[in-house]
Write a protein that binds this ligand. Sequence first.
Ligand code: UD1
Length: 423
Amino acid sequence: MDSILVTGNGPLNGQIPIAGAKNACLTLMPATLLSEEPLTLTNAPRLSDIRTMTALLQSLGAEVTSLQGGKVLAMSSHDINNHKADYEIVRKMRASILVLGPMLARDGHAVVSLPGGCAIGARPVDLHLKALEALGAELELKEGYVHAKAPGGLKGGTFEFPIVSVGATENALMAATLAKGTTVLKNAAREPEIVDLAQCLRRMGAQIDGEGTSTITIQGVDRLGGATHPVVTDRIELGTYMLAPAFCGGRVELLGGKRSLLEAFCQKLEQTGVTIEETEKGLLVSRAEGVRVQAVDVTTEPFPGFPTDLQAQMMALLCTAEGTSVLEEKIFENRFMHAPELIRMGAKIDVHGGHATVTGVDRLKGAPVMATDLRASVSLILAGLAAEGETVVSRVYHLDRGYERVEEKLSACGAKIERIAST
Ligand code: UD1
């Protein structure tokens, strides 16, 4: 497995282009199963998770062609000739469960393995299943697989999510587009990736209202057609790279960045003393050298709150802030696994239940560390950029799931970062 070697150095200056969103692309790709006609996604990110979803869709009989070096995904699903999503693929990536709703909606049956995914808490799929049951699906769990049937097709219904779930909202939204009658999803997720999915489905002919609010109403149609759709900007990649100049000082322009994707995060970052300016091309983030960041308290919440996917990176920044910060994780109960690794670099962090108290130190020190999940791994890289000496982040396969060309993007701004290929 490859590692990343980071050597702490001075300020970063330059531009970083932000890719299309991994999490949006992973839900837009299964939408191809809803239609016989082609669905083309532009602005797709080039990531191993996208290749995993490609393999999954191909195993179901869809054609997926990667064009322009992976930036365009041309898909078509004339027939679904296999309705079983096998454990061997699904276990690699939790988002695989998103093929369940579309297959069931189009053909009235599907068998999908229960997923694995990042080790950040229990992460069940009960809400996906309950929402589909509200649309008339009959479900049975047998030997690690969900066996789903909808004799006569899905029927519109009302479902109120007991807690906000991005994935369950996406599965139900896709399924409802082909269900007979009207579906109302209450307490639905409001993330930009949901809005992007609804816009794509509408291009395919779906009738959807209210995406981006807590209530989404879907009027089922008989069939969906083809479409071409650009994947929304990756707000998590955006936030991650906005933190780079916050760690190191300097000025970095994030091309394609929009504040509306990350308002809560931007406000917290500004409270630490970092400057964010909107430019014609995106967002310009700067921190004067020698000015220390200030402590802030952070609570993760569903959109529009502070995203859980930026909590690890923010914690790493606060390790060298002036003062004490408290981070509260409200989405995933076990998402502080980066804390012991940051402590190896000299951070002072006390984890107690869903809270972490971080007491800022002057500077972190480079150390060999291990990435435990996708966002944890990038938080260690950011920490290494500003630490004294060398940091080696091992097990970076997590990183490749969610960040394209991370070494290239950061070194273009002056960071000392290189990949060490495993022998
Ligand atoms: C998506 C994102 C992930 C992000 C998360 C929260 C993708 C591919 N992944 O994950 O990067 O961290 O949103 O913003 O888009 N839950 C249940 N039962 C369910 C489903 C979820 O109890 O059936 C719980 C989860 O354990 C968690 C909470 O609901 O505590 C929110 O999870 P959810 O929004 O579903 O996350 P994902 O869609 O898996």
